[in-house]
Design a protein around this ligand. Structure first.
Ligand SMILES: C[S@@+](CC[C@H](N)C(=O)[O-])C[C@H]1O[C@@H](n2cnc3c(N)ncnc32)[C@H](O)[C@@H]1O
Length: 437
């Protein structure tokens, strides 16, 4: 072997050794080997490049970057090296230099989702939101499952205030395997949000196999699978709202633009402005958001709810003269002719058939007393007059509501189409009804 052949072999061995030390995190040993190579061949580009990376890792950023730039001058352009350079520049906060480094990497290897994601991150750091989004979407073209790109896009859209798109990308990231260890409820909701009902139902079906009879799994399985249903099981309501209670007000009001109390207030002003105060029942009072709206009409204001945690929050509203943990229908049946006004705001969405609720309300109301309530409006006609929507809430046909009121002996006084909440950026159409016994 010629001496130059032996030298080449020694350099190659040293490089392998350096690289192995480097990959294993033995930075001192790796640095020694890289320097040995550079002592043998001053312009050895790979040793320069990786020693540059190593020096950056050791906090010697400027020295490292200088070596990496020199390596780039000494070797043909390489996508991975450009990416490494971009990463080091990014880590040093030099975003305006990192972006072109990633762009150069992409000139060499366009079909690389990770490179596009890195470019998205650099552009985002530079405040170039639209260009960052474009890069993130390119990443997904090459790898629709690129988790980093999905997270990047979710954050970019959140920054733009586009909650819908942000949630869509968050959901796309969340439903990616592995599913082990993830909340099955959130998985199912994420599939639902993405319009993938079969997968949402499948998550609940699997959940039921593991926890037969689980109230949330069984109710949501019916909702996602589009199964016929008449009512929401009581244990679903209790568990759902007990879990919700601590975040209910902020979730409902800020994220869903919940307008129940305002809608109720406007209807009460229109229909009962001059009425004398009466005993009022807030049926399904929740955290008590309607208490201030009902109080002006009340000589006594009682709140009942199935969820102890919701009631705990309602107790902060001094307007309630009594609060009780009870089922609305049972309570009303047990308190005949006690109330001049019964309110059920955003509660009948948990009742499919309305006959029981209206019948019980008639019992609880004094002659001439009023029932005010809201429902979500059905978009599809069904023989039943209502159906369980994939949201887990019932939707009712206007004609069905009218028919049930009539059959219960309640006269419709006022009815308005109002949306109480926004879901997936779409207002959910609803009805607010004032009826008299
Ligand atoms: C969406 S929240 C609305 C709360 C409140 N009315 C408001 O407008 O903010 C629905 C509430 O109804 C309660 N609820 C549902 N079905 C019920 C029933 N059959 N009896 C009593 N409370 C019920 C739930 O526990 C929950 O607190």
């Amino acid at each position: 072997m010629t001496s130059s052949g032996a030298l080449e072999e020694l350099i190659e061995e040293s490089f392998t050794s350096a690289f192995n030390h480097h990959a294993a995190g033995r930075l001192d040993a790796a640095e020694e080997d890289y320097r040995l190579i550079l002592a043998m061949e001053e312009q050895h580009a790979p040793a320069q490049h990786y020693l540059g990376v190593l020096l950056h890792q050791c906090g010697r950023h400027e020295e490292g970057l200088a070596l990496m730039h020199e390596a780039a001058r000494n070797a043909p352009p390489d996508a991975d090296w450009c990416n490494d350079l971009g990463n080091v520049l990014f880590a040093c906060g030099r975003f305006e230099e990192a972006a072109p480094a990633y762009e150069q990497a992409l000139d060499l290897r366009a079909a690389d989702a990770q490179l596009w994601t890195n470019l998205a991150a650099a552009r985002r750091a530079l405040g170039q939101t639209d260009a960052a989004i474009a890069a993130g979407k390119q990443a997904l073209q090459y790898d629709p499952h690129c988790l980093a790109a999905l997270h990047q896009l979710a954050e970019l859209y959140a920054q733009l205030g586009d909650r819908m798109q942000s949630s869509r990308y968050q959901c796309m990231a969340f439903v990616l395997p592995p599913h082990e260890g993830k909340s099955r409820e959130l998985l199912a909701i994420s599939f639902y949000f993405l319009g993938q009902m079969e997968q949402a139902a499948e998550v609940c079906r699997q959940w039921l196999l593991e926890e037969p009879g689980h109230p949330i799994a069984s109710h949501m399985f019916a909702a996602y699978a589009g199964l016929p249903s008449d009512t929401v099981p009581r244990d679903y309501i209790v568990q759902r709202f007990d879990d919700y209670a601590d975040h209910f007000d902020s979730n409902l009001v800020t994220h869903l633009d919940y307008r129940g109390p305002q809608v109720l207030e406007a209807m009460l002003q229109a229909g009962l402005a001059d009425a004398a105060p009466v005993n009022v029942l807030d049926a399904g009072c929740g955290t008590g958001l309607c208490a201030p709206v009902l109080a002006p009409y009340a000589q006594a204001l009682e709140g009942i709810d199935l969820s102890p945690n919701m009631l705990r929050h309602a107790a902060r509203h001094a307007q309630y003269t009594a609060l009780a943990e009870a089922d609305a229908v049972e309570w009303m049946r047990a308190h005949p002719a006690r109330y001049g006004l019964v309110a059920a705001c955003d509660v009948l969405i948990y009742c499919g058939q309305l006959a029981s609720f209206f019948g019980a309300a008639v019992q609880a109301l004094q002659e001439g007393g009023h029932l005010i309530f809201t429902v979500e409006l059905a978009e599809e006609e069904r023989a039943t007059g209502y159906y369980l929507h994939a949201s887990g809430r019932f939707r009712h046909q206007r004609s069905y509501v009218q028919q049930c009121l009539q059959e219960a002996g309640l006269a419709m006084v006022l009815v308005r189409e109002e949306s109480l909440r926004v879901e997936m950026q779409q207002p959910v159409p609803g009805l607010v009804v004032l009826a008299r016994r």
